[in-house]
Design a protein around this ligand. Structure first.
Ligand SMILES: NC(=O)c1ccc[n+]([C@@H]2O[C@H](COP(=O)([O-])OP(=O)(O)OC[C@H]3O[C@@H](n4cnc5c(N)ncnc54)[C@H](OP(=O)(O)O)[C@@H]3O)[C@@H](O)[C@H]2O)c1
Length: 482
């Protein structure tokens, strides 16, 4: 016999309306598959006068019509933000109603309080939709992969940033043009800061971290960098070198230490995250038993997100004593683990002879070796005799500093080593600057790829380069995700 579950919705926007659509379309199928009969009792909204997918008698402006109605079994919080969402969730749990939420912001900032209220009252909390929308990642991490000690999670958690970078790459749009397109498609808010500054991805990473590593984190404990500084030139040069730029989130464990980061990174074309485009999300999980596994799918949108909400509703209805395994212990220590990675650097330079050599020297002094170099001049390329600029594709040895001239060797086997001024570009090198010319007066960008280096080496070298007063603007440094 079917078990009837009565739902009260807090919010009837994108996700709430998607849930109504799924109930209208698929309730009979869900009942046939799960034995759970779904009934929407009422939905709370903020404003009157909007077209709603429910009859007017089922829509209310009074939260108590949902939170205090004894006929409602499960409260679905799809308002978003911190307040009043947090107070409503706590009130529902206190009343013994299970809660399903899609709200990563409230879980990332008040998860401990909300989970302890759930434990205290025995009312369940489902949050499958809070990370990666329609991808069933929370359940996979909390139960499907329970046998694993997870070493790392690496993913694209923010669909808006991924869409913007994808369109900058695919359609050669500028950042403002790609952002505008995302807004027109309903993928970015009028104020996109949470998405493009990495806050949304950081909230999701915090939720995943608590679940996977039993470790609490706050926003200010994460290293976080947005995508706003990415220029079309970065996208183009990365492409020429065989990379796409992706907004990644990384949780990496070493022993009891845990490093959490959200930042854009260069990803090789052949990397599993390379083809994850537009608003899609993906997460690579590495566990000691399963090895590497990747989850890929729609991380947002009305129906994908409502699909995840529905999975929680059915799970709670079928398994009232169950719920997601959530251990409030602080099992790991958050730390900046200084691994080594290759780096992409963009250095805006005043166009004076010898500057590229000086940059090479400083990097070399800090133990950072260059593998590739290219440059773009603004407003127009200058073909001159003064300094060499180019690419060192496939060269077996790095370029070492010391009055370095930087030349291009295409596929050539010999990189340029320090001393004097190297001149010239040739072969397949991606540089449009031929003959090594950097004319005085223009401003340009020099883009470098490095061999593996520590972040502290890169930072110290960049600080010294900046202090030398040879840069025309702040440098950009991006990790390469190998
Ligand atoms: N959209 C997605 O693709 C997506 C994906 C994953 C997770 N999520 C999460 O799902 C949640 C909902 O997102 P959404 O996109 O559906 O938001 P939305 O479209 O802005 O809808 C929010 C709904 O909540 C109502 N609401 C807002 N503030 C309220 C208040 N103070 N009192 C009562 N009702 C209030 C709004 O009422 P009105 O209709 O009257 O304005 C609206 O119906 C968020 O936590 C979001 O992070 C969304």
């Amino acid at each position: 016999m079917a078990k009837t579950v009565r739902l009260g919705l807090l919010g009837l926007g994108t996700v709430g309306s998607g849930l109504v659509e799924i109930v209208n379309k698929s309730a009979a199928t869900i009942e046939a598959k799960s034995g759970v009969r779904l009934e929407i009792v009422r939905a709370l909204v903020r404003s009157q006068g909007k077209a709603r997918p429910l009859p007017p008698g089922q829509v209310t402006l009074n939260p108590d019509d949902v939170l205090c109605d004894p006929a409602i079994d499960i409260v679905v919080e799809v308002i978003g933000g911190i307040e009043p969402a947090k107070s409503y969730i706590l009130k529902a749990l206190e009343a013994g109603k299970s809660v399903v939420t899609a709200n990563k912001a409230v879980l990332a900032t008040h998860g401990a309080e909300i989970f302890s209220k759930s434990t205290e009252t025995g009312a369940q909390l489902g949050f499958e939709a809070s990370v990666c929308g329609g991808i069933p990642l929370i359940r996979a991490l909390s139960s499907g992969l329970i046998a694993n000690d997870i070493d790392s999670l690496v993913g694209i958690l923010n669909g808006t940033s991924n869409f913007i970078l994808t369109r900058m790459y695919r359609d050669r749009l500028s950042y403002p043009e790609a952002l505008k397109l995302a807004q027109e498609r309903g993928l970015a808010e009028a104020d996109p800061s949470f998405d493009v500054q990495g806050v949304d991805a950081a909230h999701k990473l915090i939720v995943l971290t608590e679940l996977t590593f039993q470790t609490k984190a706050t926003l200010d404990q994460l290293e976080r960098e947005g995508i706003e500084q990415i220029e079309p030139i970065d996208i183009k040069v990365a492409d020429e070198f065989g990379f796409v730029i992706k907004p990644v989130a990384v949780a990496r464990r070493e022993g009891d230490l845990l490093d959490l980061r959200v930042h854009p990174a260069l990803v090789p074309f052949e990397h599993p995250l390379g083809p994850v485009s537009d608003e899609f999300n993906a997460v690579m999980v590495r566990g000691d038993a399963i090895g590497e596994m990747i989850f890929h799918g729609k991380g947002a949108g009305s129906l994908p997100t409502a699909s995840a909400v529905m999975s929680d509703i059915v799970e709670i209805a079928r398994n009232p004593g169950g719920g997601v395994i959530w251990n409030p212990a602080q099992s790991r220590r958050l730390a900046h683990i200084e691994g080594r990675s290759r780096y992409y650097l963009r250095l805006p330079i005043f166009d004076r002879p010898g500057l590229i050599g000086k940059i090479g020297t400083v990097l070399g002094d800090h133990g950072v070796s260059i593998t590739h170099v290219t440059a773009r001049l603004s407003p127009s390329p200058v073909h001159g005799p003064d300094a060499g600029v180019g690419a060192l594709d496939q060269g077996p040895s790095p370029v070492h500093g010391g009055g370095v001239g930087v030349g291009a060797s295409g596929q050539g086997p010999s990189p340029v080593h320090g001393g004097g001024v190297g001149v010239g570009a040739s072969g397949q090198g991606p540089s449009p600057v031929h003959g090594g010319g950097v004319g005085v007066g223009a401003i340009g960008d020099t883009m470098l790829l490095t061999h593996e280096a520590k972040e502290s080496q890169i930072n110290r070298a960049l600080a010294e380069i900046e202090a030398a007063g040879i840069l025309a603007g702040p440098p950009v440094s991006l990790r390469i995700l190998d």
